[in-house]
Structures are given as C-alpha cells and as structure tokens.
Design a protein around this ligand. Structure first.
Ligand code: PEP
Ligand code: CO
Length: 470
C-alpha cells in the first residue's frame, strides 16, 4: 500500500516522473474494489503468464486511431456510439448473435450519421465484456448462500458451489472467446458486410413490421441517393469501400486479465492494453486511490470512466488529473449515468468541475444504468421513456452549460428480447417473461435501440438548427 505522502508527491509530479513509478502490476499495491477471491492465487498468476504469451487481440495502431477519432468527437466532429450486451456470455459467442449486434450498431450509426450530419465512432461492448461488478457479493436462495455470478470470465451463472467458485482458467477461455468474436467481426468488416451500398445486408426482421419502418426506409433511400451522387460526381465507384470500422470495449474490472495483455510494442512509447481498444472503469471501481485508477493511468489506450450520482466535483477533478495529466483530447471519456430523475441535479456541477481542470474530456451519456427498476414480481427492467428522457436532458444540459454531449453508451442486443418496457411497440411488464434472456441488466431490443437512435437523430438535427425529419 502506498503511503499518502508518497501518493501526494506522485500527484504533484509531472506525468513522465509519475509514469516511472507505474508497472502493469503496480495496481496490486492499491485497494481493489470488486476484487475476486480466487481459491488459488498461484493459478491466477500462471493463467496471466499464459495469456501474456499469446498474441494481442488488437493492435496499438488501432488503439491510437480510435483515440484520434475520439479526439474528433471532443471537438464536435464525430459522435460516439458505444453499445452491446450488459455482459457477453461464452454460450452466445455464435455467428448469429455477433452479426445481429453488428447489424444493430450499423443501423443505429446510419441513423445517427444521417441525423447528426457527422461521422459516428462505432464501439461495441464486445469481445471481452465478460466480467461484472456486483452490488451484492453473495446471493441467497432459500437456505443456501453462494458467491454472486460475476460474469463468465470469473464464474458461471448456475446456482451451485462448483459453478459459483471463481475459476482463473475462465480468463483464458474469455481471451479465446474474445479472439473468436473479434476475428468474425473483422471478417465481416473486410468481407463487404458493412458496405453501405448494401444496406439490405443489415436488415433485421423489424424492418418488415416495425411502426418505424417507413422512416427508416426513407432514411436508407436518402443515404443510397447521396452515395450515388458522390460516386457520380467522382466519376467512379470507389471499390473496396471500407469506411466503416468497429472498435471493441469492455469494463476493465478484472485487473489480472487486463494486466495480462498489457505490453510495450516496437516503435511506440509506453504501454498498451491490447485486450481491447477502449477499456472503461466502472462506477464502483472509480476510486482515485484505488487499484483500477492506478492500472488505467499507465496505459495509452483511450479510456472511459463511468460516473454516477455519488461522484463529487472534487473527486472528478482528481480523476481527470490522474487519468489525463497531459490534457490529451480523446484520452478520457466520462460516461455519466444518473437516472432521468437525477441528471438535472447531478450533471451540471460535474461539467463545471471538469471545465475547471482545463483538460479536455469527451462526455458520453449512459441512459441505462441509472434507470434500472425491479418490478413487483422481482424482474429487473428499464423503462424506455426514462431512458429517452435521460438522454434528452443530457443533450440540453450540456448545451446549456457550454459543453457538448459527444456520445451515447447503451445496453442493447440484436435479438427480439423483452427486457425493457415501453417503446413504439408498447411492451409492458406482462411481456417481460416472454423473451427475457439477460443474466444481468435488461437490454434494449433491436427495435427499441433503433427507436432511440431515431430520437437522437431528431434531437441532434434540432440542435444543429435543421428542422427534424428532413
Ligand atoms: C455496466 O456498464 O454494465 C455497469 C455495471 O455500469 P456502471 O459501472 O455504470 O454501474
Ligand atoms: Co449493465
């Protein structure tokens, strides 16, 4: 454990001196919230060593390219769309689920590009979103108490002592599943699946029977026409048109796993966490003196921090100072998640605090995690109206504070699940049992996700001073 005096000295030092004190495992000297009690620490170390020898899942070039795109978003030239499951599961690592997630994100980004008239940075919560923080360390059913399910990287959901005991070998399984996922996504991107000349590849069933189908079709036709116009103007069909790319992200909660793929690369300074492009620190692990912040300050990736109602302006200022000491645009994204009833009170002081540091941050709204409710029957759900309302307020509050909302962070799936209530199809609590598949938080289904994208498109058009829907 570092002494307070030493820590204060470190914080007063410039970034370079501070970095000389950092190693991929220096987090171990700090308190780690949400840490996992493994039966054998030596097995953890062996697994970390094994993963460390395996190839990286992403490259430093991609990581730096994303950082530069996020810097554009800070300056208002792009908009960040980050989305995916609350927790990926090893069982759902199949072509249908992955392709459907890509389709939803592509369609949402299409709607946003059209509405916001700016490029969209597409970041999936995938290829590593396997570890979860939990409010309750244990779960009791009847007279039996077992550790809570913490995500497939840590233990398994079945309610048995064997399944719930943390198993370090699951980190290796997670690395492999992440590798398989990213491999398939890269193949889809390179293989033409994301070619905007073929918007029909992205269609999910909803396009046939959704209440919003006409508006989406109009938008897709307008995009097709613009593309044709550009190509006619250029006098050529730009073959191999790969302007659409995807980046990966996950909550960097399980630090041994994050450490395992953290390395130096030839011709680059510093350290990269090559298990993902964009790791983020969860709300429960964002203690400026804690292990997670220590680990994250030393990697060169763009990083996110979730901030909730418990974050004070002073704490936020400290976090910004530690995590973005060089005031690098694109380095730090603040993902706020307050709830539709609290955002108006909680967000403005934090915007002012961030401004007072003089260091750039990208502001992103997660309208999901502050709006989780439990029904009388005990099912976790979220109401579409509250999600939309938090997002709506976020745009206005930033604008009113001389700031800018530069992105959105959403839990969604490409499947027709019934986990969140509301939306154009008017899902109600009685519908929840029909197709509730999440082991953890409720996700927007593809139709609700696209409805939210359309809402954002209208909102951004209105903000940009154009009439909505044109
Ligand atoms: C999550 O993103 O799934 C999550 C647990 O979020 P938060 O840290 O904001 O609660
Ligand atoms: Co979640």
């Amino acid at each position: 454990m570092q002494t307070t005096a030493r820590r204060v000295i470190l914080e007063r030092c410039g970034a370079r001196q501070t970095m000389s004190d950092w190693t991929p495992s220096s987090w171990k000297d700090r308190e780690a919230a949400q840490s996992v009690a493994y039966p054998s620490e030596s097995e953890v170390d062996r697994t970390v060593e094994e993963i460390a020898k395996l190839p990286p899942l992403v490259t430093s070039w991609e990581v730096l390219q994303l950082k530069s795109q996020l810097a554009d978003a800070v300056h208002g030239q792009r908009f960040l769309l980050q989305g995916g499951d609350c927790a990926e599961s090893f069982d759902a690592c199949d072509s249908g689920s992955i392709a459907n997630k890509i389709k939803v994100l592509l369609q949402m980004s299409l709607i946003l590009v059209h509405g916001a008239q700016k490029s969209v940075v597409r970041v999936g919560r995938f290829a590593g979103q396997y570890a979860k923080p939990r409010s309750e360390e244990f779960e009791t059913r009847g007279s039996v108490t077992l550790p809570s399910y913490r995500g497939d990287l840590i233990n398994r959901p079945e309610f048995t002592p064997e399944a719930r005991t943390p198993d370090p070998r699951l980190m290796l399984r997670g690395y492999e599943r992440a590798g398989l996922t990213i491999n398939f996504i890269r193949a889809l991107v390179v293989g033409g699946f994301v070619d905007p000349h073929h918007l029909e590849y992205w269609n999910l069933d909803w396009v046939r029977d959704s209440p919003m189908v006409e508006e989406y079709r109009r938008m897709a036709r307008a995009i097709g026409d613009s593309l044709q116009f550009m190509e006619n103007l250029a006098g050529a069909h730009p073959g191999g048109f790969h302007w659409i790319d995807f980046f990966t992200s996950h909550e960097g909660m399980l630090l041994p796993y994050e450490q395992a793929q953290t390395r130096q690369v030839p011709r680059q300074e510093g350290w990269f966490n090559l298990s993902t492009h964009f790791p983020w620190i969860g709300m429960r692990t964002a203690d400026p003196d804690g292990a997670h912040v220590e680990f994250f300050r030393g990697i060169r990736n763009p990083i996110g921090v979730k901030i909730g109602p418990g974050m004070s302006p002073d704490c936020l200022k400290r976090l910004i100072g530690i995590l973005n000491p060089d005031a690098e645009p694109g380095r730090l994204t603040l993902i706020h998640r307050f709830g539709s009833d609290r955002i108006a009170r909680c967000l403005p002081p934090l915007i002012q605090a961030a401004k007072s540091t003089g260091k750039p941050v990208l502001w992103c709204c997660d309208p999901m995690h502050g709006n989780t409710r439990t029904t009388d029957g005990g099912t976790k759900t979220r109401n579409f109206d509250e999600i939309r309302s938090e997002l709506d307020q976020a745009f206005d509050i930033h604008r009113g504070s001389g700031s800018r909302l530069g992105g959105v962070h959403i839990e969604l799936t490409g499947e027709a699940v019934t986990e969140c209530v509301g939306g154009a199809r008017g899902l109600s609590e009685v519908d929840l049992s029909r197709a509730y598949r999440s082991h953890l938080d409720p996700r927007l289904n593809y139709e609700q996700a696209l409805e939210l994208a359309m809402f954002m498109a209208h909102k951004m058009r209105a903000i940009n001073g154009r009439s909505p829907g044109t």
